[in-house]
Every structure is written in structure tokens, then in C-alpha cells.
Ligand binder design. Structure first.
Ligand SMILES: O=C(CO)[C@H](O)[C@H](O)COP(=O)(O)O
Length: 224
């Protein structure tokens, strides 16, 4: 791992009454934006939609990630890419034919990410890794925020990092859920490229968080 850890700002944890303002506040200090999309079926809650993404597209030049926590993700891919999503992440555990979802996303010139639930062995997606750009590893139960990381997450990330490096794959590993000051160092050591930062970024001084993450990346790189 040589690049500094990237911060993807999760808008679910921003001020939901003022998303454009939240973007303005953190924009200089994050690398991308993460939209959690919930349909009330795949997960119980409802959150964000195509129009939300489209309405924020001109507020920033940073890439938009759309994490589809929905049933039948294929039905939504075109619209979210049309709204300005650069990366579409879908649930491995929620579809019968993940390869066809990846193909659909790539056919629209978007990047494809596959998300693994906290209960799913990471090895199950290894065959798909040559096809995707991003592996999103859930560190908590899906569809909840403000909870602590499940410790087994670190080992899953270590295994994915080993597989990706050994097979010389160009896949970024992103951790989602439970991203805190006390979990980021271990996640970075385990091999993530980015973290989905919610309250860490939006409830702290984003400049200080970015500086901390950059210096941590340097320190931990020198450990090796
Ligand atoms: O999908 C998520 C957690 O599953 C979100 O990224 C959420 O915004 C993170 O929340 P927190 O503020 O707890 O870090």
C-alpha cells in the first residue's frame, strides 16, 4: 500500500437538511461522495434517490459513489449513472447473477463495485474481482449507522488484499460502517484503499481529519 488512505464522505451522516452546504464544508478534504440508497425492501429504511444525486451533481467535481441497497438493482443502474454516479456498488448477496450487473454498469462507462455483507465470507467474491473496480466490505450490519465495527472485518480485508495483490488486480478495497478514529489505523494496516467516512468527517473538523489520515498513512507505510 503506497497511496494515502482515501476518504469517501457518506452523505447519510451529513446534515440531511442541508446536503449542498455539507458538501461545501467537506469538499476540500474528501476524495469522493458516498450515497446510500435504500428501498425499504432490501433494507428496511428508505434513503436518497436519483433526484437527490442529480441535484447535487453540480455542487462538486468529486466522484459520486452510489451504493444500491435495493432489490433488483439492475432497474436503477441506468438512472443513477444518468444522474452522475461514477461508481455503482451493488450487493453481491442480493442478486442471482452478479456478473451481468457488472456488465451492465461497465456498459454505461461507470465503475463497478461489489459489496459484501458482514456475514458473507469474503472468498465468495474472489472470482468476480477481476471484473470490478471496487470491493466494498461492510464492517457493520447493513442499513444502520452509528454502530461499531465487527472485528472479523479486519481479517476479511486482509484476505482480500492478499488475493488482489497476488493476482495483480486493479481493485480498490473500501470499508463501510464503523469508521472511527480507533478503527481507521487497523483498517489501513489490513489493506483498505478508502473508508466510507460518515460521522468521522461530518461531526469533526474535516480539515483535521484529512490531515490526520494523511499523516497516519505516512506513519503506517513506514511500519513496513
Ligand atoms: O452505510 C453506512 C454505514 O453502514 C454509512 O456509510 C454511514 O454514513 C456511516 O455512518 P457512521 O456515521 O456511523 O460512520
Amino acid at each position: 500500500m503506497s497511496d494515502p488512505l482515501k476518504l469517501s464522505a457518506s452523505l447519510w451522516s451529513a446534515d440531511l437538511s442541508a446536503l449542498a452546504h455539507s458538501i461545501e464544508r467537506v469538499n476540500e478534504y474528501c476524495d469522493s461522495y458516498h450515497f446510500d440508497i435504500m428501498d425499504g425492501h432490501y433494507v428496511k429504511s428508505l434513503l436518497f434517490g436519483v433526484d437527490t444525486v442529480a441535484s447535487l451533481r453540480d455542487k462538486t467535481d468529486r466522484p459520486f459513489e452510489v451504493h444500491l441497497m435495493v432489490r433488483n438493482p439492475k432497474d436503477f443502474v441506468n438512472d443513477f449513472v444518468g444522474a452522475g454516479a461514477n461508481l455503482i456498488q451493488f450487493q453481491f448477496d442480493g442478486v442471482d447473477n452478479p456478473a451481468s450487473h457488472i456488465e451492465q454498469i461497465k456498459s454505461l462507462d461507470a465503475n463497478a463495485g461489489i459489496c459484501v455483507l458482514e456475514e458473507t465470507p469474503i472468498e465468495k467474491v474472489f472470482d468476480l474481482l477481476p471484473l470490478v473496480d471496487n470491493l466494498l466490505v461492510m464492517g457493520t450490519k447493513i442499513g444502520v449507522k452509528g454502530v461499531s465495527i465487527i472485528p472479523e472485518t479486519y481479517e476479511k480485508i486482509r484476505l482480500a488484499r492478499k488475493y488482489i495483490d497476488e493476482n495483480d488486480l486493479n481493485v480498490s478495497i473500501q470499508a463501510d460502517g464503523g469508521i472511527r478514529r480507533n478503527t481507521v489505523p487497523e483498517l489501513f494496516r489490513a489493506g483498505v484503499n478508502s473508508v466510507t467516512a460518515g460521522s468521522l468527517l461530518f461531526r469533526n473538523d474535516p480539515k483535521e481529519i484529512k490531515q490526520w489520515v494523511n499523516s497516519l498513512s505516512g506513519e503506517l507505510r513506514n511500519e513496513n
